[in-house]
Write a protein that binds this ligand. Structure first.
Ligand SMILES: NC(=O)C1=CN([C@@H]2O[C@H](COP(=O)(O)OP(=O)(O)OC[C@H]3O[C@@H](n4cnc5c(N)ncnc54)[C@H](O)[C@@H]3O)[C@@H](O)[C@H]2O)C=CC1
Ligand SMILES: O=C(O)C(=O)Cc1ccc(O)cc1
Length: 366
């Protein structure tokens, strides 16, 4: 059935969701933005069916609404929802990088017709605005959902179904847990990246060749400092307690490192660097640590021609789509381990059953 979806905020993230929904569903899409040029661009490029600056009138006719404005504006939009008399059920979500303040604002929404489920697709870019939007932006990304407790399972499933075409991997988290983890792996690194750029800029005053010498390492670690300053200022502000806490921890750790340098403690410095390398290498090989493995199935396969194809074919015949495939470990002539990632638990379980009956050794990590 054709449903109406409102996307409020048609920038990088909202625009990408709108393009994706247009490509993967036949829902009626209403785009809301405060920027008239953005709305014109969306209409001209067929990204939305209707474009308006009037959030409230758009939302009353919708079955779904995704708020994709900057965090401060998202909170204001949630506040506006409190004055609306909803006449039919609606699922409202957002995409904000910080979840607790948005969830706090949404807690007092009229609950008879409104289900609010926080959201955060964990993919993006350093660009902003509709012209940077891409329908495939969230492919294979983690998409965090933070429903209130209790929340009807069918509502969460309905939101996942709407977003199915993004091909992202959903992860349900508590808002506080989300904010703590994203502080560590996203927000705080951004602060450090910006501070490293400032350091280089200051040194350039006395060392003119600094930009010429800025090589791969500096560029890698500071890439994110080129992102949208307005967005990050907003994120830092709404997560400032967590950020300040991490900064205190970091200053303590930097003091310890300074001490290792000042006392010439080469052994401890080696261990510090070695432990960092081990953890960092582990993040890439097993995708463990910072973000837990998700709907993965491990399959033992033999190193022989066609082994991978056989597994893929068996699942394709059952119309199960695989989100990601990784060969974790394979040595010549010996078995290797295949890590298959699925969009949900159902596909993960069905795949295990199919492969088990064909004699494969499979394992789901608890
Ligand atoms: N940029 C990124 O890499 C990621 C951003 N996010 C989150 O997504 C949200 C949006 O970020 P971006 O799309 O990157 O920003 P953006 O700057 O590209 O787009 C924001 C859009 O919201 C519109 N807007 C501002 N106030 C509005 C209002 N009151 N009503 C309706 N529209 C309004 C702006 O005109 C603009 O089109 C933020 O909350 C951010 O934390 C989440 C994941 C990744
Ligand atoms: O570009 C990158 O590396 C990012 O980290 C993008 C990003 C920015 C903000 C988010 O809340 C999630 C992802």
């Amino acid at each position: 059935m054709k449903q109406t979806v409102v996307i409020a905020g048609l920038g990088l993230i909202g625009g990408s969701l709108a393009i994706n929904l247009k490509q993967t569903t036949d829902h009626h899409l209403i785009g809301v933005d405060v920027n008239k040029k953005t709305l014109d661009y969306c209409l001209m490029n067929g990204i939305v069916d209707k474009a308006t600056t009037d959030f409230v009138s758009a939302v009353v006719e919708a079955d779904f609404c995704i708020i994709a404005a900057p965090v401060s504006k998202a909170i204001e939009l949630v506040d506006q929802l409190k004055n609306i008399e909803f006449k039919k059920p609606i699922i409202i979500s957002d995409v904000s990088s910080v979840k607790s303040p948005v969830m706090d604002a949404a807690r007092s929404l009229p609950s008879e017709f409104v289900t609010f489920i926080g959201g955060h697709p964990m993919a993006g870019s350093h660009k902003k605005g509709i012209t940077a939007a891409k329908g495939h932006l969230f492919e294979n990304a983690i998409y965090v959902l933070t429903p209130f407790e209790p929340c009807l399972e069918e509502k969460v499933e309905a939101l996942k179904e709407l977003l199915r075409g993004t091909n992202s991997n959903f992860l349900i988290l508590e808002p506080k847990e989300h904010d703590e983890m994203t502080s560590v792996i996203s927000h705080f690194p951004h602060l450090i990246a910006s501070s490293l750029v400032h350091q280089a800029k200051n040194w350039q005053e006395t060392h003119a060749y600094i930009p010429t010498l800025a090589a791969g390492g500096f560029r890698d670690i500071t890439r994110i400092a080129s992102s949208n300053p307005g967005m990050w200022q907003d994120i830092f502000f709404h997560n400032r307690k967590g950020m300040s806490h991490l900064l205190s921890d970091w200053i303590t750790e930097m003091k310890e490192l300074k001490n290792l340098l000042d006392t010439g403690d080469k052994v401890s410095m080696y261990h510090y660097l070695e432990q960092a390398k081990e953890y960092r290498d582990g993040l890439d090989s097993k995708k463990k640590g910072a973000i837990p493995a998700f709907y993965d199935l491990y399959v033992d396969i033999f190193d022989q021609p066609g082994a991978l194809l056989q597994v893929v074919e068996l699942l394709a015949k059952a119309e199960i789509s695989i989100n990601n495939i990784e060969i974790l470990e394979i040595r010549e002539g010996i078995t290797g381990v295949l890590r298959l990632s699925f969009k949900d638990k159902k596909d993960q379980k069905r795949s295990k059953e199919i492969l088990d009956t064909k004699g494969y050794e499979t394992m789901i990590e608890e």
